[in-house]
Design a protein around this ligand. Structure first.
Ligand code: UDP
Length: 332
């Protein structure tokens, strides 16, 4: 048993990772300002310190609950479109968060750090599937913000001996199979919850962004990976940090088009997803599919829920049981 600090533990991937840690008997302290996360998403077994990652007092409070075996840093701004309206905020806040948390970790003698990174590092990729050797060339300020975070951590490694794992998530989707947590963003921009909301009637009909991509059915292809499998990957990389820092692309390795996702949601819902076809969304690459071969080989990670139907089914169950999400939305 060990104790972990999880920033952003009230958010989507963070809350599922907290559950995974608690399920295996670890202790968890969550640092979250609840600006995007939800109090109801913090598992009862975790301790919540409410505050920003760049707030010295909040960080001091959090680290006073240590010592921590590692810090898992999820707290970040994560909307691609938003980042193109306010790029300096994205780069400033995301880098500032990593700098503050990694700095405080090193000072407290905690030298293991897991960073939520993103497929957006690769921009418009040259080859599919995308392995770790591909060029890092973000096409959004969000992607850039995570690239500079990864780079910044290598300085913490060089100077303070802090080892880090940068996990480049592809499309996180689904919900805790036991129904304890789910996905609730405001605004929601992700395909699976929007399609489910459209089918449930809790959200308007979905707009498919572009039908003229160079893909078999003309819609974008993405690699949807179950959030519980993502969470598990965080646990799997921790032992590696005894020896070295690592960077992994994290996805299922199978791509599904927007139309295929809508079909699957329709099958799970038992009724078609109301939708219309619209123009492309700026900055969307035609296809993003991960090669997680390196992660699998190094850690033995294999997704427990690789099938899109299982991913959608767990998400559907959570949304059907929580039509208003965690029920603390102030807008939307
Ligand atoms: N998408 C869509 N309509 C929507 C939201 C998303 O057609 O209302 C498409 C989007 O263009 C992309 C895919 O669904 O091809 C996944 O988008 P999402 O925002 O979920 O994740 P991203 O790939 O941008 O990280």
């Amino acid at each position: 048993m060990a104790r972990y600090l999880v920033t952003g533990g009230a958010g989507y991937v963070g809350s599922h990772t907290v559950l995974a840690l608690l399920d295996r008997g670890d202790e968890v302290v969550v640092l979250d300002d609840l600006s995007k996360g939800h109090r109801g998403a913090v598992a009862a077994g975790a301790k919540l310190v409410q505050g920003r990652c760049d707030d010295r007092a909040a960080l001091a409070d959090a680290f006073a609950q240590g010592p921590f075996e590692a810090v898992l840093h999820f707290a970040a701004l994560s909307l691609v479109g938003d980042s193109m309206r306010d790029p300096m905020r994205y780069i400033g806040e995301n880098l500032g968060g990593v700098a503050a948390v990694a700095g405080a970790a090193a000072k407290a003698g905690c030298r293991k750090f897991v960073l939520s990174s993103t497929a957006a590092l690769f921009g418009f990729p040259e080859r599919i599937p995308i392995d770790e050797e591909q060029r890092l060339e973000p096409v959004s300020a969000y992607g850039e913000s995570k690239l500079v975070c990864e780079r910044a951590l290598s300085w913490a490694e060089r100077v303070h001996g802090l080892r880090f794992a940068a996990l480049r998530y592809f499309n996180a989707a689904g919900a805790d199979p036991a129904g304890r947590a789910g996905e609730d963003h405001d605004p929601e921009t992700h395909l699976v919850p929007l399609a489910i909301g459209a089918a449930l009637g809790t959200r308007p009909p979905l707009t498919v962004f572009g039908t003229d991509y160079e893909t078999p059915d003309g819609t974008c292809i993405r690699d949807y990976v179950h959030v519980t499998d993502l969470a598990e990957a965080h646990l799997r990389v921790l032992p590696l940090l005894d020896h070295r820092s690592v960077r992994y692309n994290l996805g299922n390795g199978t791509g599904y088009s927007v139309k295929q996702v809508l079909e699957t949601v329709g099958q799970v819902a038992g009724r078609p997803v109301p939708h219309a076809f619209g123009p492309r969304r700026e900055g969307d690459p035609a296809s993003l599919v991960a090669s997680s071969a390196r992660l699998r080989a190094d850690t033995g990670w294999t997704p427990r829920f690789p099938a899109l139907e299982d991913i959608v089914r767990t998400a559907w169950a959570w949304h059907a049981a929580h039509p208003q999400g965690y029920g603390d939305r102030t807008t939307g």
